[in-house]
Design a protein around this ligand. Structure first.
Ligand code: AP5
Length: 192
């Protein structure tokens, strides 16, 4: 008989603060383990000599990214065999060749998520957080382009929900109000 496991996908466009919010929520809940999809992909890409920096992965050819993505999804599904996990990832990745789906069918089939939670904020807040965060090599993006990516992700999340049956929720990570976002996310994670 297959072990019970719960996989929750948490996504949000780069710089929205999803990793910050998720890490705080998990300190309170302790029943979930966080797996960062980007970390797993980066380990694979580095071991194959493809990139030196995680922010270079989205510049690889779409076919290469999809190959690494599929490999990462299998590894993550394996990690979830004996524990509930939160997968910190992206609904879509903005690449030089267009938006790449973060959860195409083969990833959804591996993960079988029960919930998809989008962490969101205003485009202005995201823009400023990216500017302040010098730990990353973020792409320069206009407010209009950030807004488009946010809208696009909502449509894409609806299509992921259609094929996987996962629910979709949105948590707003307002400026300086991380704890409010953590509280809302915690309450979503606690629901059966
Ligand atoms: P990934 O590893 O997911 O990127 P990340 O490290 O999570 O970083 P993000 O850029 O998404 O930032 P964040 O939103 O988590 O913000 P943070 O908490 O740091 O992805 C790396 C790469 O992996 C991708 O580019 C892609 O190539 C690949 N990848 C991943 N998943 C994939 C998939 N499924 N398919 C294909 N490729 C995939 O916060 C940012 C800043 O804001 C911080 O300085 C923080 O202190 C601040 N902040 C946060 N909240 C607040 C607040 N409320 N008020 C004020 N400041 C705040």
């Amino acid at each position: 008989m297959q072990e019970y496991r719960d996989i929750v996908v948490i996504a949000g466009i780069p710089g929205v603060g999803k990793t910050t919010v998720v890490e705080e929520a998990v300190k309170k809940l302790k029943t979930y383990k966080i797996v960062n999809f980007g970390d797993v992909m980066f380990e694979i890409a580095k071991s194959e000599g493809l990139v030196k920096h995680r922010d270079d992965m989205r510049k690889l050819s779409p076919e290469t990214q999809k190959k690494i993505q599929r490999h990462a999804a299998k590894k993550i599904a394996g990690m979830a065999a004996d524990s509930n996990i939160i997968v910190d990832t992206h609904i879509s990745i903005k690449t030089p060749k267009g938006y790449l789906p973060g959860l195409p069918l083969w990833v959804l089939e591996e993960l079988e998520p029960t919930k998809i939670v989008i962490i969101d904020a205003t485009a202005e807040e995201i823009f400023l957080r990216r500017k302040r965060d010098n730990t990353r090599r973020r792409d320069d993006e206009s407010l209009e382009s950030i807004k488009f990516h946010q809208r696009y992700n909502i449509y894409l999340a609806a299509s992921y929900s259609m094929v996987s049956g996962a629910t979709v929720s949105i948590v707003y990570n307002k400026e300086g109000k991380i704890l409010e976002a953590v509280k809302e996310l915690t309450s979503i994670l606690e629901q059966d």
